[in-house]
Design a protein around this ligand. Structure first.
Ligand code: PHE
Length: 337
């Protein structure tokens, strides 16, 4: 056999090998029990002794060359196999941008937080009072006896047996004054319930009660507190005005307007051309209420106010239907990000 021919033929075959299995088969035909090299080795013994060393060396050189080439091929195949596996098993961690949006704080919560920040910053405590109340805390202790016509001011949900859904956070005033003695400064934010249902009234809405009780508290203090609060919420140029009103638990009672933050008093759609927007009810705590809570009305005086949070959110954000606040439509909520 011509060794060189054999070598080039074998290398040609090796070149075409494309899998580890094919390589193993080819190697068997070269180095195996009946492989070409093995056969050559076997034939060596038949050669005349003087040719043996030279032939032996030539066969060995051939073997060494082929072993080397096969190892090289094996490495190539192994590398290709790993690369193919990496390619086919690779996980694409990239993902199409999904339609995700970060949340937004509900306008009512934004108003509640802002008001709370203002009053807490001025030394008020935040007091939590029950939503399910007794007639006593919601009405009687607030100087509204069972047959008092003022009960008609708030169309209340009665549960029965003197239990009701609180129609105002003013019940929190009584609970606080029963529990703690003056000096007192508190706000009581929360949900209230009335049988009212139209575009500006919802059966569930939010109020924030404010109460200050101390010696020598006057209507002037009330005005100062509310003026500071109005400027904080609606801007520094905001003015407030008191209009006489009536609540059984305050005497005197006032309704408080702020100058329109949109037109600054000139008259526009927001203020219905009056230049003023009504935002809350307030007054000096009625002596009878202090007495009902065991506080001496000759020693202590107080003021109280109740703000509608939904109303403030609606006028500030130009929302014309209160129901939008309850629909939880993300398109609505996204606008307040
Ligand atoms: N509770 C009253 C209302 O809901 C508001 C108010 C609170 C008025 C405190 C005076 C003092 O209408």
């Amino acid at each position: 056999m011509n060794y060189n021919e054999f070598l080039s033929e074998t290398l040609e075959k090796l070149e075409k090998v494309s899998s580890e299995r094919e390589l193993a088969e080819l190697k068997a035909t070269i180095f195996g029990k009946n492989g070409a090299i093995t056969e050559l080795m076997k034939k060596l013994k038949d050669l005349p002794p003087d040719q043996k060393p030279q032939a032996g060396k030539a066969i060995n050189d051939l073997r060494v060359q082929l072993v080397e080439k096969c190892e090289q091929k094996e490495k190539e195949l192994h590398k290709a196999k790993i690369e193919a596996a990496l390619k086919s098993e690779c996980i694409d961690l990239s993902i199409d941008k999904c339609d995700c949006h970060s949340g937004a704080v509900h306008p009512i919560n934004q108003v509640r937080k802002k008001l709370t920040d203002y009053f807490v910053g001025n030394g008020y405590i935040v007091y939590d009072s029950p939503e399910i109340e007794t007639d006593y805390y919601n009405f009687q202790a607030l100087n509204i006896p069972p047959d008092h016509p003022a009960r008609d001011m708030q169309d209340t949900f009665f549960i029965g047996n003197g239990i009701l859904l609180r129609s105002q956070t003013s019940s929190g005033q009584v609970r606080l004054m029963e529990k703690y003695k003056p000096p007192l400064k508190m706000i009581c934010p929360g949900r209230v319930f009335r049988n009212d249902d139209d575009s500006t009234h919802s059966p569930v809405f939010h109020q924030m009660e404010g109460l200050v009780v101390d010696k020598n508290v006057t209507l002037c203090d009330l005005k100062g507190a509310l003026e500071g609060f109005a400027k904080f919420i609606f801007g520094d140029q905001t003015k407030i005005r008191f209009r006489p009103s009536y609540f059984p638990f305050t005497e005197p009672s006032v309704e408080v307007d702020v100058s329109c933050f949109k037109c600054h008093g000139k008259g526009c759609r927001v203020c219905k051309n009056t230049g003023w927007i009504e935002i809350l009810g307030a007054g000096m705590v009625n002596r009878k209420v202090l007495e009902n809570c065991g506080i001496d009305p000759d020693e202590y005086h107080g003021f109280a106010f109740g703000v509608g949070l939904d109303r403030i959110a609606m006028i500030q954000c130009s929302i014309d239907d209160i129901k939008l606040m309850w629909d939880n439509d993300v398109r609505f909520l996204r606008q307040f990000r």
